[in-house]
Design a protein around this ligand. Structure first.
Ligand code: ARG
Length: 568
């Protein structure tokens, strides 16, 4: 409840300064405030021991004196209890705040904190010719949500899909396709067929190791720009991207750039950085390969060139970091990957520092935990992976049958079921602290009763359905029951939640907040008549409240990559 907090802080600091001739600032007091464990005690509390030392008085005396001095229509109740000053917002203040939320509309919760600053987001970044498995869901939705949150805070954001589209595996893919592949089958089946060929390559290479030499030779030709190999590789990229883009469409995600690893190699930027490392005296030969020694920093060496002279993952990341700084002049560059890559990024950031770039401080790695489904860990190298598209399809299918049963007349069942089915998975995923490992259970994700995506979307649709029947108009009454105050109080927390999600790079703050708003709204909805309220001013007030919930829920759901159908 940031607005109340700020208002209360400025009133309390003024009182302290007047009483004791201090110059305590409003933000000093705001930092001291706490939320009481039981809302019945108050909306916010000042633990007065935090002022004891400055004022040389006991907390009880301070709380008593301030409470006697406060006389402001912002507060309904001011109490001094055991050294705490407990403050409760007044109905007038709540009504005024509600109208303020309506006035701000879609901008409510946003800020201009990031004005004039650019942030790049490197996220999703699947590996070409490999399916999008559920492990990629984390980077995709956490990354996108962080980007949206930063945009909401006024930053200029650039979303980059650092596709894994280069490396020796493409030599194998080329050999496999030429030996056993069929264009028509790949076009029809897509990535699954490319995977089948890749798996076959490995099986055959066990029996006939000369295949590996062939693959190396084809990759070498690719690196040299051989037109046939380039064309084939480009086609693999296109086929894969087509599938990924369908997943992105379902998630409502768009990227500004699909500059994958190949971009840095084919532009010579990788080799340019190798030369730069050499000039700076950082490159050391190591058994035929070239490395940057990081032993001084307790890290394994960062390999830059392999024995055969080819660049690797790290080399391309160094080139990408420098390119992004030069091109976008970011004030922050964020990478979202699973925690398994934490060492990779620690090494990368250290090398950038050793290269003398002071902006190494602006590179941020955001790790997240692993996913399992109903207890089964997800294998990635074998065929035994849980594909995101299958999980989405299963979820959409279940939602379709639920809707057909509960609301058979719904106009657009197909797109609604997609929004709810996909949203259920995203919501469940983003309910957890990102660093925690997640065990996925589809039944739980799809329940309409629990703290789930369908529950949140359904509550949003409920606000739409009320507002479809009547809009707030005419004189607006004020708070008449506690359920209304509780809704307003939950809405007032939104800006603060956005700020916290940004500070911790934690979309789950928003997910949990959405549940809080839904719970308070549904309590209000069941306790109060809205459309049938007798008094027109009460009705109008409740419609205004519903409109504010509708606004906040829509914005908050979009911030966590959820669609908001108006009917379910
Ligand atoms: N393609 C990599 C993977 O799937 C993720 C790339 C992350 N971004 C980066 N700049 N390294 O594991």
């Amino acid at each position: 409840m940031l607005i109340f907090k700020n208002k209360a802080a400025s009133i309390v600091s003024a009182a302290v300064n007047k009483l004791w001739g201090q110059d305590v600032t409003s933000s000093d007091v705001a930092d001291m405030f706490e939320y009481p464990p039981d809302p019945a005690m108050g909306d916010i509390a000042l633990p007065c021991f935090k002022l004891s030392r400055t004022l040389k008085k006991s907390p009880v005396m301070i709380a008593d004196a301030i409470s006697d001095a406060l006389d402001d229509s912002v507060f309904d109740k001011v109490e001094s209890v055991g050294g705490y000053l407990n403050l409760t917002a007044s109905s007038d203040f709540l009504k005024e705040s509600l109208l303020g939320i309506i006035e701000e509309g879609e901008r409510y919760g946003s800020s201009d904190e990031g004005k004039g600053k650019t942030v790049t987001f490197d996220y999703s970044s699947p590996n070409i010719c490999k399916p999008f498995h559920i492990g990629h869901l984390g980077t995709t939705v956490i990354g996108h949500s962080l980007k949206l949150l930063h945009e909401f805070a006024g930053y200029k954001c650039i979303g980059i899909n650092h596709l894994g589209d280069w490396g020796t595996q493409f030599g194998k893919q080329i050999v496999a396709f030429r030996k056993w592949g069929d264009r028509e089958a790949v076009e029809r089946i897509g990535i699954d067929e490319l995977v089948r060929l890749y798996v076959k390559f490995h099986e055959e290479a066990e029996k006939d190791p000369s295949l590996d030499d062939e693959a190396r030779a084809e990759f070498h030709k690719l690196e040299e720009g051989d037109p046939d190999n380039i064309a084939l590789w480009q086609w693999f990229v296109d086929v894969s991207l087509e599938e990924y883009k369908n997943t992105y469409r379902q998630l409502n995600i768009e990227f500004d750039y699909y500059t994958g690893e190949s971009f840095y190699i084919r532009n010579g930027l990788g080799m340019k950085q190798v030369d730069s490392l050499k000039e700076k005296g950082l490159l050391k030969p190591d058994d035929g390969a070239y490395i940057v020694d990081l032993s001084e920093y307790d890290m394994p060496p960062c390999i830059i060139l392999k024995k055969d002279g080819s660049t690797i993952y790290h080399t391309r990341d160094i080139a990408a970091a420098v390119y992004r700084k030069e091109t976008y002049d970011f004030s922050k560059s964020v990478y979202v990957t699973s925690a398994q890559q934490s060492l990779h990024f620690a090494q990368l950031f250290k090398v950038i520092e050793l290269m003398g770039y002071d902006w190494y401080k602006d590179l941020v790695h955001i790790p997240y935990g692993t996913v399992s489904i109903d207890g089964a860990k997800l294998a990635t190298r074998t065929g035994n992976v849980v594909l995101l598209k299958d999980l989405f399809a299963k979820s959409i299918e279940k939602v379709t049958s639920i809707i057909k049963e509960k609301n058979p007349d719904l106009e657009d069942i197909e797109s609604t079921a997609e929004a709810v089915g996909v949203g259920a998975i995203v919501f469940l995923y983003l309910s957890n602290n990102r660093i925690k490992d997640i065990n996925f259970n589809l039944e739980n994700a799809l329940s309409f009763d629990g703290n789930t995506g369908p529950y949140a979307q359904y509550t949003y649709a409920r606000t739409c359905s009320v507002l479809e029947k009547a809009k707030p108009e005419g004189t607006c009454g004020s708070v008449t029951v506690p359920e209304e105050s509780d809704v307003i109080k939950s809405l007032l927390k939104f800006p603060e939640k956005v700020a916290q999600a940004l500070e911790d790079y934690e979309p789950s703050v928003i997910t949990r907040y959405i549940i809080e708003v839904c719970t308070s709204f549904n309590r209000f909805y069941h306790a109060c008549q809205i459309l049938k309220a007798d008094d027109p001013e009460v009705k109008n007030f409740r419609l205004t409240l519903t409109l504010a919930v509708n606004n906040v829920l829509r914005t908050a759901l979009h911030l966590i990559c959820m669609k908001t159908p108006s009917k379910i």
